[in-house]
Design a protein around this ligand. Sequence first.
Ligand code: ADP
Ligand code: MG
Ligand code: ZN
Length: 607
Amino acid sequence: MDQYKTPKRPLIVYFAIFILAIFLFNMLLMPLLTRTPETTYDDFLSKLEAGQVKVVQMSRDTEEILFQTEEDGKTRIYSLGQMEDGTALTQRLEGSGVKFGAVIPQQPSMLGSILSWLLPIVVMLLGSQLLFRSLQKRMGGPNSMQFGKSSAKVYVSAQTGIRFADVAGEDEAKEALGEIVDFLHNPDKYKEIGAAMPKGALLVGPPGTGKTLLAKAVAGEADVPFFSISGSEFVEMFVGMGAARVRDLFKQAQEKAPCIVFIDEIDTIGKKRDGGGMTGNDEREQTLNQLLTEMDGFSSDKGVVILAATNRPESLDPALLRPGRFDRRVPVELPDLQGREAILRVHARKVKLAPEADLHATALATAGASGAELANIINEAALHAVRLERKAISQADLDEAVETVIAGYQRKGAVIPEKQKRIVAYHEIGHALVAARQSDSAPVHKITIVPRTSGALGYTMQVEQEETVLMSREEAFNKIATFTGGRSAEELVFGTYTSGASNDIEQATKLARAMVARLGMSERFDMTALETVGSKYLGGDASLTCSEQTAAQVDQEVIALIKSAHRKALGILEENRAKLDELASFLLERETITGEEFMEILNSPAQ
Ligand code: ADP
Ligand code: MG
Ligand code: ZN
C-alpha cells in the first residue's frame, strides 16, 4: 500500500538542514550585514582634520578601533580595524580634543537588523512545513490536516464480484454465513419477528483457508458495500490514530448501511489486554477499546454486519467474544479430500487443463494443504507447462507442482506423511469404536483426519443424543475408556505410543479425578468431598480439601480407575480387530467419515 511507504528522506535530514541553515546564517551572514564599514587610517586622518570625528573608542570584544563621525548632519560609525600600536593615534587624538574611550552604540544597518530576526522565522516556517508534509505522508493520505481520516477502502460488490461459488469446500462456514446474507437481503423478515441478528461473526481458521475470501463472498452475495481494514494496518501508528480510524470506519459504514465491515487479522489489535502495567502498548489498547465501544454503540438492525478473521482465536481478548460482539464463531477448517478437489477445480477453471489431467489424484496427494496452497499448486503447474512449452497443463505438470509446493510446506509440517496419517486414522477409529461398543456412549457424528485449527491431528465428534444432565458411574467410566481408546488402538496395531494422545490423557484424568474426589463415585471414599471447585466464573480451579495422605490415596484411586478403563478399551478393540482395520482403512482413504457411514460398516457382516 503506497500510503505507508517510508518517505525518501527521513525526518532527521530535515532537522539537520534546518539547524545548519540557522548556523550558517549566524556565522556568515549576520556579521556581513551588521558589520561596521572599515576605513583606512588616512581616511580617518582626513576626517579628523575636517573636524568630523566626534568619538573614538576601542571595541572591547573585537579590539578594533571604532570612531563616530558627523558628516553632513548624519552620524556614521567606521572601523579602523585592529591596531598594533595605539600610541601614535592616542597622541593625535589628545591634540584634537576628540572624546576618546566613550561608548559608541553599535548601530547595525536597518536591513541587517530586520533580517536578523526575520530570517530565522522564515527558515523555521519552511522547515516545519517540510516536516509536516513528510509526517502527513507517513500517516497516510494526502488530504492534509485530516489526521484521523480513515483510509478504509470501499469495495462495492461489483468490484469484489466474489460469490460463494468461488469458495470451494467450507460448506459449513458458508451455511453459517448464509444467514447473514439472508438478513442483509431482507432485514424486514427478521424485524417482524423481532429477531436480532448477531452483530459480528468471527471467522476462525488456519492461514490460507479462505477466510478473507469468504468475507468478500458474503458481501458479493448480499450485494452490499464491503469495508475492509486489516489489523496490521493499525500497527506502527501514532497514538490515537488507530482509535480515530476505527471511529471513522464505523461512521462511514453507518452511512452506507446495509453493509459489511470486515476486520482482517483482528488478533493484531484484539490481543488480550494483560493487566501487567508497563507493557505499555497504549495504542493497541485504545484501538481495541474504541472498537468495543463502536460495536456496542449501534444496533444490528441498522444493517451493519461486522465480520472479522483470525488464525489465533485463543489470543483474542475475551471482551471481544462477549455476547453482542463477535458472539458467532465460524470455523474455517483445512479442506478434506472432497474439499481439496473442489478447490482445485475452482482454480483450474482459470487455466487450460489437458483432458487426461486428474485433479482427484492431485487432491489425494495433498492431504493437509490449505486452499491458498492448492491455488498455488495450480499456478505452479501452469508455469511449469509454459516452461515446457505445452499447450495445456498435463498431469506431469500437476505432479511436479505438488512436489515443489509441498516440499516447501513439509518443512512447516503442514502436510502429514503417510505413516503418521495411518496412525492418526487408527487412533481416531479407536476412540469411535470403543464409544460405539459401549452401550451408554453416544455414537460418533463425524470423524476426520484432517488437521484442525486446535492443533489436533484428527478429531472424533461425538453427539450426545439427549442433553446429559445426569451422568451415571458407568457412563463416566465408559467415557474414560473412550478417551483411552485412541492410544489403545495405536498400541494394538503399531505396538508403540505416540504423543497424539496428550489431550485424551488430560481429559481422562480430569474426569477420573472428578469421579473420585467430587462425585463420590469410588468405593474407597464413598461420598466424601475431597476437592472443592472455586467459582465457575473465576476459572473454576479445584482445590484440595483433604490431608496429604488422603491426597496420595486419591491419586492412587485415579490411577487405578484409568488403568482399568484402558484395559477395557484394549479388550473391546481386540475383540473388534477386523472392524478396526476395515474402518481405519476406509477413513484413511476418505479422510472424513460420517456417523452413518461408520455405523454402516460397523454393523455390516464381516467379510
Ligand atoms: P485466509 O484469509 O484464510 O488466510 P485467503 O482468503 O486470503 O485466506 O485465501 C488466499 C487465497 O487462497 C484465496 O484468494 C484463494 O485464491 C485461495 N483459497 C483459499 N481457500 C479457498 C477456498 N476454500 N476455495 C477457493 N479458493 C481458496
Ligand atoms: Mg486473510
Ligand atoms: Zn485421541
